[in-house]
Design a protein around this ligand. Sequence first.
Ligand code: PLP
Length: 387
Amino acid sequence: MRFATKAIRVGQDPDATHRAVVAPIWQTSTFAWNSLDEIPPIDYTRCTNPGRISLEQALASLENAKHCTVFGSGMAAIAAAFSLLENGDDLLMATDIYGGTYRLADVYLRKQGVTYSSFDASDLSSIAAAVKPNSKLLIFESPTNPNLRISDVAAIAAEARRLGLISIFDNTFASPALQNPLDLGVDIVVHSTTKYISGHSDVIGGALLTNDCDIAHAIYEWSKAYGPVPSPFDCWLSLRGLKTMGIRVREHCRNAQAVAEYLVDQPGVTKVHYPGLSTHPDHELAKRQMKGFGGMVSVEFESAAMARAVAERTKVFLLAESLGGVESLVAYPPLMSHATMTEEQRLERGIPPTMLRLSVGIEDADDLCEDLGLAIASAREALLSPV
Ligand SMILES: Cc1ncc(COP(=O)(O)O)c(C=O)c1O
């Protein structure tokens, strides 16, 4: 089966009792035993649930993975991956990483006696330079958030393996519709299924996928012990959303390309970050590695005041955190995704206060460009007019 068919059919056969085409929501915490001689395959929803199994099977097929465990959030999936670290271990973390992942390592892993070292995912030699004798895991993303740089996933996975590290890749920004990192040699893929996978901004969820049986077993046992599991309804919403991921992501890519090209020519815009632009430093790598350039665009303006004024003036783009839903969102990283970092840390990572991050939705591309154009014109007028 191919991607679009798998998204609709894998793990989603009609239910055995009534042949319902859409599976019911098994909204129960516990399952009755027939006798004490036979432990039921599903006995308690913290351990699993029929809807959760369907979602895990569908996601595993879309990421070409043998094993999948879903979670109540993307952060829970990342925490699950980090549960492989023990007191005294070191984590290699790409500098350009989601703010929540950074916080988990910087504050909470530190409390557990786990240190981290940083590497630059655009410079392969920085991995060997950063590795320590106690380094165990390596985590990275591509496209990165919010700079949208592309790293060579196969090369980084191979380098991690050569150095004896387990590699973790956060595939949230691309989604399985655009790249399958396990096929490129990564050991563990994590997702915030909140984003493109569920796709409708109506549920928080996460997933961890791997082809390694031992890792999968350790993750499942951790999840059972700590309990950061998704509810049956959340699994149902994610499963409903992922059926249309293929067509949604195609439209996200098409609209993002149109928005990026439009923004390049707008007054007050100093830089547009989108891997689909031929001027993007990683355009050729993105073309080779991905099936599309994604739905995220970052844009820098001539001043922070202008960036903030534009964010507050769009009408179709809603000023909100998150990404990957059908509706377009505009975010201001210093106050949203990267608020946990200091100004200095953000600047070190190339996240200036003049930047906005756009999650381009699947509305009409002309409406999106028009909305941004009007917001830019209005922001310029407000900032340029004498008080
Ligand atoms: C790249 C990336 N990874 C992980 C997460 C965390 O996901 P969640 O909000 O579902 O916990 C996010 C959230 O924005 C993200 O952007």
